[in-house]
Design a protein. Structure first.
Lengths: 212, 359
């Protein structure tokens, strides 16, 4: 919980892990997760890193177990929690899309939309704001199967290259939001350690712009 | 009768229970606070556990509170914010002959929180309110009192001092419909979103000035220098005023970290002047907050300068630094068959201040 001393940073397991590690290394902050270990210290002892499941990351930061986290907007939105966003990262960008079977009828304005999605909060808020009634079936993975098997006509999901959609004969109907990755901070942690965090952000921004 | 396990094992969201050593510790902290407040001439007040909802509806979010209907069909609100309930109760006492009025409270609050968001839950507030003292005199009394109460605890605190007035002045001339969203993004320090909200109505240089003004965090002295650079006289005056409050408090409480933080503009829309929040290590959210709310009393039919603060007592009690430095009180156990004889021995020991249990 929010301690003085080393700065604590939660990193998401998976696709972002290596690119974030590379960014830190470019700025002189080296760390390695030993085999199957989920915590690591930077070689200068100033930072402690935790490797956590992407969707759990906001929970660790919200409770102050990690002061800082690296997280996509999709996960942040679903968590429903407000964090201090201190930096947008130049990696991991993706798109939140509405997709359906290739050649399928497009959703009609004002007609109830039935979608499968992992991102239920985002989908509900997005379509409620447009005034479109929506029924959402929550799935935890392989969402592309829903239209293929006839569970729903549409899905709301993240699309990176679109190859999974194509392989399942689906296509993007609408791009709902460009999704970025942010460095987030527990608001209280930021307030207490703003000078150190601002210095870290300046360092990483320099690294990101090729000046690291 | 078969028991419902959920009802047996869980409390509804927004409520809390604590007992024995934990409750004793709670009372000890409350007692310490109460002692300080009494020495400052503050008198205790007790507010009702529920009141008519309508009178508070401008100041509460319906999704965050518990409401119920009474037998006459009136909609009621369970106490979710002691300051609000207190403002109504005290409004009838605010005649010039009674001012200034100093009151304090120590009470439970009931709020609906997200089931998984245990970090924000708070169930007990201790606080002080000062009525009838406007300007620097009242602001400093409240800041000094709060710092004295915090100094009575073995914790390092960080007081972040800002101003709702500064925000209101900066928003003058902007379309009023964007002000609530702007207030949210300033509080959250989301300057990317701030830029997109202001872009349709402001020039780039105006946005840059707004952003620079509300991203400042630093020592009061540095804020005073920053304030001197502000073009607008009302903004400069308010910024210098806040910097002066911070400097005066920092001089008297050298062990506390006092920072000027312009993103502190108060979560409640009833604030009108200085606002502040207090942070500490091992707490995932603030442990105290408050400020000046000179126009709130108008809502309850009277006019009075008002300023105060609330301490999130349950959050403070759970701080490990506090727990480790507070040992349970020792006690003596008397054993024997003759209870009357034990009682007399115990009575004599109790008169000497010992805690005695009979076995």
């Amino acid at each position: 919980m929010l301690e003085s001393g080393e700065i604590t940073i939660a990193l998401p397991k998976g696709r972002l892990e290596k690119s974030v590690q590379k960014l830190f290394a470019a700025c002189g902050i080296d760390f390695q997760f030993e085999d199957r270990k989920l915590t690591a210290c930077s070689s200068d002892g100033k930072f402690r890193f935790f490797l956590v499941k992407n969707s759990d990351l906001p929970t660790y930061v919200r409770h102050g177990i990690a002061g800082i986290g690296i997280c996509g907007e999709d996960v942040l939105y679903e968590s429903g929690t407000v964090f201090t966003k201190v930096m947008r990262l130049n990696c991991g960008q993706t798109r939140m899309c509405l997709a359906g079977r290739a050649g399928a009828e497009k959703p009609q304005p004002g007609r109830k939309l039935k979608v499968a999605s992992k991102f239920t909060r985002f989908a509900a808020d997005y379509y409620n704001n447009l005034g479109t009634p929506i029924e959402i079936i929550k799935l935890n993975g392989s969402v592309e199967l829903a239209p293929v098997l006839g569970l729903t006509d549409y899905i709301v999901d993240l699309v990176e290259t679109g190859s999974t959609l194509t392989a399942n004969r689906l296509e993007i109907i609408d791009v709902l939001k460009e999704i970025s990755v942010y460095m987030i901070v527990n608001p209280s942690y930021y307030k207490m350690r703003y000078a150190e965090i601002d210095a870290l952000v300046a360092l990483l921004q320099g690294g990101q712009n090729g000046n690291g | 009768m078969k028991r419902n396990n959920k009802a047996l094992l869980q409390n509804p969201q927004g409520t809390d229970s604590f007992c024995m050593e934990e409750a004793a510790f709670h009372r000890k902290i409350a007692g310490r606070f109460s002692e300080i407040l009494t020495l400052w001439g503050y008198l205790p007040v007790q507010t009702p556990i529920f009141d008519f909802y309508d009178i508070y509806s401008d100041y509460v979010k319906s999704e965050d509170v518990y409401r119920l209907t009474d037998r006459e069909g009136d909609l009621l609100l369970l106490r979710n914010d002691v300051t609000l309930f207190l403002a109504k109760q005290i409004s009838s006492l605010l005649e010039p002959k009674n001012l200034p009025l100093r009151v304090f409270y120590s009470d439970t609050i009931l709020r609906h929180e997200n089931k998984t968001d245990i970090s924000k839950n708070e169930f007990f507030q201790t606080g002080a309110e000062l009525f009838g003292v406007g300007g620097e005199k009242g602001d400093l009394e409240i800041l000094f009192l709060l710092e004295e109460m915090l100094a009575s605890l073995p914790i390092q605190t960080f007081l972040h001092l800002g101003s709702r007035k500064l925000f209101n002045l900066a928003c003058a001339g902007l379309p009023p419909e964007i002000t609530p969203s702007l207030a949210t993004v300033v509080r959250n320090r989301d300057f990317e979103l701030l830029t997109s909200i202001l872009a349709p109505v402001c020039s780039e240089s105006q946005i840059d000035r707004f952003r620079r003004l509300f991203s400042f965090i630093g020592p009061p002295k540095a804020f005073a220098s920053f304030a001197e650079s502000l073009d607008s006289q009302p903004l400069r005056e308010e910024a210098l005023y806040i910097a002066a409050l911070g400097e005066k408090t920092a001089r008297l409480f050298p062990n506390a970290e006092i920072r000027t933080d312009t993103s502190e503009i108060g979560e409640r829309n009833y604030y009108t002047g200085m606002v502040f929040r207090v942070y500490t290590e091992h707490a995932a959210t603030e442990i105290a907050g408050g400020g000046r709310y000179d126009t709130l009393m108008e809502h309850f039919g009277t006019t009075c300068a008002s300023v105060g603060f609330s301490l999130m007592q349950r959050k403070i009690e759970s701080l490990p630094t506090l727990r480790s430095k507070t040992s349970p009180q020792p006690f003596v156990t008397l054993t024997g068959d003759d209870t009357a004889e034990l009682y007399l021995k115990a009575k004599s020991l109790r008169e000497q201040g010992e805690i005695v249990k009979l076995c």
